[in-house]
Every structure is written in structure tokens, then in C-alpha cells.
Design a protein around this ligand. Structure first.
Ligand code: UDP
Ligand code: MG
Length: 313
């Protein structure tokens, strides 16, 4: 199969028929074999009925309906597991992304050899204050941390080589960082393509200002997890030891002073409190490291590696 088109959605009933007709048109013009996978992420409108109706008319249309709202990441992850196309395209259901971009995105994967191509909404039709400006900041930080040269990490329109979506796990709200997840899984050829962006035609945006708080916290965890998930002691142990040794050093100094001069007022010294706190912090960091080691020892993914090829086995 040439293409799997993955569309996570919640309460987008009005957009679905138009979006589907547009995708079908592009697929037919290019003679692709394809599937469209809609993931209904706990809609409370009649989105699922609409999907069923569309399915009745075109057997390339498939659907997954969640019992409740689990979030966009969960939707993408499930559809990735279910997809069978050589190239997987993700797009939003709200008609902000144009299906006309699909052929070129696919060409970049197949001919130019990209593992992942991210859309870049260079000209954006969203609210400037609540979206466009914070998003610039968000992208700059992510670029810095991940060293991936993308302008628009969170664009819903992306194309993937099948191996990529099968090799990564998107959880929590990590859909904002799929290029980062892909890079860590060893997929290096990550490119971008300017895409046409349109104003939302029906319904309203499903993400509020909280996206930036959550997005930033996720960036911290993703950086940390990416570096230290398999070896937490290397982080906590280092800082724990440093704090502990600092506290120990101050304590020894205080004790020596006390031995030399019995009138030395130990508990009046700032160093005394500093030693106390740094020793406690050091021990706590160390303990966090131990617990982290125990957790990562038992993590199901501890020996999960993506094998590119095997020879003679
Ligand atoms: N979406 C989803 N689950 C959620 C929130 C959003 O599947 O919990 C879908 C939504 O229906 C849309 C896409 O994710 O297809 C992008 O959402 P939206 O257009 O609201 O985001 P924005 O364009 O405002 O960033
Ligand atoms: Mg949108």
C-alpha cells in the first residue's frame, strides 16, 4: 500500500465529509493505493456516525473509536500501530492542512530518502497572540535542545517512512515532539516542507493556552528521558555525590575547628546549616538515582532496540 493517512479527531463532524472528499480526489488523481485511518478520540458529537457513513461509501476508509478522550498522541500511536502504508501521513481533521501537499510529501520520502518530513506553516492562519508568538519561542527552544533544524515541530501535517512510525511510541502529549522521538530512535534524515495553512473552517481549536505550559514541561522530560532514562544514576549519582561531598567537607572543617578550639560556636555558623542541607539533598539525589535504576531495570523497553538489518542470522 502506498499511503496511510492518519487523522486523529475530536468533535470534527462538520469537517469530515469535505476533508474525505478532498483526500479521495488527491488519491485518485495520483493513482495511489491508500487507507485513511480516522481515530475518534472520544467525540461527543456525531463524528463517529459520519465516519461510518463515509466508510460505507469507500472501503479504503477505516476508523478507530476510543472509549473516551485520550489525547492526540494516543490517537496517533494507535493509528501508527494499525497502519500498513509504505508512507504514513498525519494530518488534522479541521481542514487547516491541505491534502494537496500529500504527493510532494510522499515524493520527498520515497525519492529524496527522508525518514520524516514535517510541514512548516510559514504563513499561519491562527490567532497571533495566543498561538503564533508562543509557538515561535517553543520552536526555538526545541530546536536548541534537540539540534533538529525544523521551524515548526508541532505541525499536524507530517509524512513518515513506515519504519519510523513502527519504531517510536507516542505517549502523553509527546505528539509535539515526534521529530525528536524519531531522531532518538536513530532516524536522521528529517526534513521539512513549507505547507499551505488555512483558517479553521468549522468548530473550534481543541488546545488552549495550557499547551505551552504542558509543552514546555514535556520538553524538559523528553530531554531528560532521552539522555538518562537508561542510566539515571549517571545523573543523580553525580549531583548527589557533589552535594554530599560538599556537605562532608564543610562538616569536617567545622569538626576540626571545634577540636582545635573548644569555644568555637559550631551551630552559630552558616556553614553548619549549609552542611546539613547539602548532605540531605545529596542523599536524596542519590536515593532518587537508586530508585531510578530499579525502575529502569524493570522497564519493559529496557532491551528494545531498532535493528536496521541483520546479516547471516
Ligand atoms: N485532537 C484530538 N484529540 C484531542 C485534541 C485534538 O484528536 O484531545 C485533534 C483535533 O480534532 C484535530 C487535531 O487534533 O484534528 C488538531 O487539533 P486542533 O485543530 O484543535 O489544534 P490547533 O490547530 O488549534 O493547534
Ligand atoms: Mg487546527
Amino acid at each position: 500500500m502506498d499511503l496511510s493517512i492518519v487523522i486523529p479527531l475530536i468533535n470534527e463532524a462538520e469537517s469530515l465529509p469535505e476533508l474525505t472528499a478532498w483526500i479521495e480526489k488527491v488519491m485518485q488523481e495520483n493513482h495511489y493505493t491508500y487507507e485513511v485511518i480516522f481515530v475518534d478520540d472520544g467525540s461527543t458529537d456525531n463524528s463517529w456516525d459520519v465516519i461510518e457513513q463515509l466508510r460505507a461509501k469507500n472501503s479504503n476508509i477505516k476508523g478507530i473509536k476510543f472509549q473516551r478522550n485520550y489525547g492526540k498522541s494516543a490517537g496517533l500511536n494507535e493509528a501508527f500501530r494499525a497502519s500498513s502504508g509504505d508512507v504514513v501521513i498525519t494530518m488534522d481533521a479541521d481542514l487547516q492542512d491541505s491534502p494537496d501537499e500529500i504527493p510532494e510529501l510522499r515524493r520527498m520520502i520515497i525519492e529524496d530518502g527522508y525518514d520524516l518530513v514535517s510541514g512548516w506553516k510559514k504563513k499561519r492562519y491562527d490567532n497571533t497572540l495566543t498561538k503564533n508568538i508562543p509557538s515561535k519561542f517553543f520552536n526555538a527552544v526545541t530546536r536548541k535542545v534537540s539540534k533538529i533544524k525544523l521551524h515548526d515541530f508541532n505541525c499536524g501535517l507530517k509524512a513518515y517512512r513506515s519504519r519510523v512510525v513502527k519504531g517510536i511510541e507516542v505517549y502523553g502529549e509527546m505528539h509535539r515532539y515526534i521529530p525528536v522521538l524519531a531522531k532518538w530512535a536513530g532516524f536522521r534524515k528529517i526534513g521539512e516542507k513549507e505547507v499551505e495553512h488555512r483558517a479553521r473552517k468549522y468548530g473550534k481549536s481543541k488546545f488552549g493556552w495550557r499547551r505551552f505550559v504542558n509543552g514546555f514541561l514535556d520538553l524538559l522530560s523528553i530531554t531528560f528521558v532521552g539522555k538518562f532514562a537508561k542510566r539515571p544514576m549517571h545523573f543523580f549519582g553525580l549531583w548527589g555525590s557533589l552535594f554530599f561531598l560538599l556537605g562532608l567537607g564543610i562538616s569536617i572543617y567545622l569538626i576540626v575547628m571545634k577540636i582545635l578550639d573548644s569555644s568555637f560556636a559550631l551551630t552559630n555558623r552558616p556553614g553548619f546549616y549549609l552542611a546539613l542541607t547539602t548532605i540531605i539533598i545529596g542523599m536524596q539525589l542519590f536515593l532518587a538515582g537508586f530508585i531510578g535504576e530499579l525502575i529502569s531495570r524493570n522497564a519493559p523497553g529496557r532491551n528494545h532496540y531498532l535493528i536496521e538489518t541483520k546479516a547471516g542470522l
